[in-house]
Design a protein around this ligand. Sequence first.
Ligand code: PEP
Ligand code: MN
Length: 338
Amino acid sequence: MVVVLEPGTTEVQIENIIRVLHEHGFDIHRSTGVAQTVLGAIGVRPDFDHRQIELLPGVAEVVRVTEPYKLASRSFKRDGTVINVGGVKIGGEEIVMMAGPCAVESEAQIFTIAEHVANAGVKVLRGGAFKPRTSPYAFQGLGEDGLKLLRQAADQFGLKVITEVMDRSQIDMVERYADIFQIGARNMQNFTFLRDLGKATKPVLLKRGLSATIEEWLMSAEYILSGGNHQVMLCERGIRTFETATRNTMDIGAIPVVKKKSHLPIIADPSHGIGIRDKVIPMARAAVAAGADGILVEVHNDPDHAKSDGAQSLYPDQFTQMMHEARIIAEAIGRTLV
Ligand code: PEP
Ligand code: MN
């Protein structure tokens, strides 16, 4: 932490600031310039609230230089984490495609979509059985019946399963059917739930909260990692901004930022990221170009009659086109996409 003092701070004030920092366990390196003094406070104290120093008389600014997360950081683990989901490696050279409907709606629907996406080169089938809907009157998902259908469709076409788990009471059940737990944007800061996921044995895909900073998102990943589950991947799914022309603002910039700050794989969700079907493919292309390790995208055999998120779901043909374009970009940046 660097403490910049105001010009004209008295020696008594400086000594007081140094004393307080010492009391909190920091070693101090003092540099006295012509007009201003700067104190380097050395010590790793992730739980320290720097506002305690900001408020002291004579302090102009406090700049934190170490990250508050540890296990999620690149400085803790230099090499990128590769998560092996039954032979599908996420975070390696290959960009992994995860696709399927927003929600599992029926046997015919999920089998039709699973067959199409499998033929197009997808490795992981998505589909919600428990849906976090803004309205309590909207379709909430098929529950365990949906999980069964999802598993059967995935097995039939040699796919892995990713599906959302909404609270701790569902963990055991979802673990029986899924290969990857999806944690929804609205649950990103449900800390007791994140702790429970730290005890789970399956990999977790942690979506970014609607208004979460990258640091808050990485702190949430830290909850799961510190609980003992090291198989965590992050998912950028758009954030809420002042812009109303799109459903969310897809933060493509978060992809290279997270890559530098963390060793965890990062997946992009262009469907929720932009929320409008005809703009999903450009966002998927941009995400691959920006360095995403995978794409999570909504595809539906009949989007116009989908029970949720039809307006952002790709038609099967569009999905095939997206795969084709993503492959060209992957190759251009030295990665593979099967
Ligand atoms: C979803 O993937 O369908 C979903 C509900 O995602 P999010 O949590 O990002 O809104
Ligand atoms: Mn959805």
